[in-house]
Design a protein around this ligand. Structure first.
Ligand code: EPZ
Length: 420
């Protein structure tokens, strides 16, 4: 395993281009299972998670070629409907092959993804949704075994205790597009990545309305054909660079950004005192004055994204005053708190709340990444800290950020990679 060594203190300046959205490309790759025709997906980031999804598609009978961020998927032999534990257990998002396998083959055997460091990660809403479409679902030796003679449209309320579910919405949408009749998904997730999946399905011939709102309507069709699609930019990577500029008191021009996907985050950063200006397809962010403490609560889109919670905590840990960060999506998503405190932060956890008392500065230290966004948080803290930080287990970072250390180096960061 590798680690990153960071000498803190450099102000980040210059230009950076955001890669395609991890959380859009994963379900869109799964959606290619809905046709035997060729599909071309462009703007695909080179990530560990993308590679895992490619392995799963290959195991399910697809031919997958990757060249310079363009993935072409064709059917080698269809018919395999088992998504193996070895692959699914390494990446929870693999569970979103359930819907397309059921939609196309009327049967699926997908390993239960299990939990991860940020929470229990149940799939009850996924199963509720496909059952409402007529599937018989059993749990057998850690696998979901689903089958249906035919799938029929249904009216499904998909809200859970923590609000809407992104991948459950994706799975139900992908099962419903080939069902007989009309499906209504109520309390659907509105994330831009769900919208991008729906746009891809529509290009394949699906009939979908209301995507991006809490009510999605799907009219089942008999057949879906191949399509070509370019993935939307990764709003969480863009948000991570917004914080990187601010925590280092720098000035960055971030390209390949959909400003409208960053509303809640930009609103909070401007409240804290950041200068953020929109340009066509890009954003300029500048540190202009000492920040003031803010309170943040994570919510389903368009609320403040849980995937930016750890990153903004790093920024608030060096912002004078008391900031309260409330995590409403994954109440246990606080593995980064202990690591930030090792760097001199003053953060106290109270259930789903983190009370952040800003300090003058962090001090470099050896820290350990525990999950994707925690690793981004520790990287940001290292960039701002006095002295040297070592972030180990950075494969977590490589799951969801393409060439992060190169992009940071180009912005002036003093960062290098070493073998553990
Ligand atoms: C997606 O995960 C993202 N992953 C996550 O990003 C993101 O944090 C999450 O949505 C929330 O925005 C991908 O898109 C690949 P959920 P997903 O179902 O769909 C509960 C990252 O860092 N829930 O929207 O798995 C669940 O426990 C990753 O890029 C149920 O109760 O998340 C959570 O509390 C991390 N029952 C809430 O809903 C279910 O059946 C939202 O989870 C499903 C979910």
């Amino acid at each position: 395993m590798d680690k990153l060594i960071i000498e803190g203190g450099a102000k980040l300046r210059g230009e950076v281009t955001v890669s395609g959205a991890k959380n859009a490309v994963l379900p869109i790759l799964a959606a290619t299972l809905l046709t035997d025709d060729a599909c071309i997906i462009k703007g695909v980031p080179d990530l560990l998670d993308t590679n895992t999804m490619i392995k799963i598609l290959s195991s399910l009978g697809k031919n997958v070629d990757v060249e310079n961020g363009v993935i072409s998927v064709t059917a080698a032999k269809s018919g395999n409907f088992v998504a193996d534990y070895k692959l699914v257990s390494t990446m929870r998002a693999s569970f979103c092959v359930l819907g397309p396998l059921l939609g196309k083959l009327k049967k699926a055997k997908v390993s239960l993804p299990g939990g991860c460091i940020i929470g229990v990660r149940p799939v009850d809403l996924h199963l509720k949704g496909i059952k409402a479409l007529g599937a018989n679902v059993d749990i057998d030796s850690g696998y979901v075994v689903a089958k249906a003679d035919r799938l029929k449209g249904g009216h499904i309320y998909l809200g859970g205790a923590y609000g809407s579910s992104v991948l459950a919405t994706d799975n139900v949408m992908m099962a419903a597009v080939l069902a007989n009749g009309k499906t209504i998904i109520e309390s659907a997730a509105c994330e831009p990545e769900v919208v991008d999946l729906a746009e891809f399905l529509i290009k394949m011939g699906a009939k979908i309305k209301g995507h991006g709102t809490p009510i999605i309507e799907i009219e089942g069709v008999k057949h879906l054909h191949g399509a070509t699609h370019t993935i939307i930019p990764d709003r969480i990577e863009a948000g991570t660079f917004l914080v990187a500029a601010l925590i280092t008191r720098g000035d960055i021009h971030i390209k390949n950004v959909f400003f409208q996907h960053l509303g809640a985050l930009i609103d909070k950063l401007q409240e804290a005192g950041a200068a953020i200006t929109k340009k066509d397809g890009s954003v300029r962010v500048r540190y202009q004055r000492p920040f003031k403490a803010i309170n943040v609560t994570t919510l389903p889109y368009p609320g403040f994204p849980t995937d930016m919670q750890a990153q903004i905590m790093a920024l608030m840990s060096v912002t004078s005053g008391i900031s309260v960060i409330t995590e409403k999506i994954y109440p246990d998503r606080f593995m980064h708190v202990a690591e930030l405190n090792r760097m001199g932060a003053h953060i106290q956890r109270e259930g789903p709340h983190a009370i952040v008392e800003g300090v003058k500065g962090l001090s470099g230290a050896p820290v350990m990444a525990s999950d994707l966004r925690a690793s981004a948080c520790l990287l940001l803290a290292g960039l701002a800290a006095h002295g040297k930080s070592t972030v180990s287990r950075i494969y977590h970072l490589e799951r969801g950020y393409e060439d992060m250390e190169e992009k940071l180096k180009k912005l002036g960061a003093n960062i290098r990679r070493e073998k553990e």
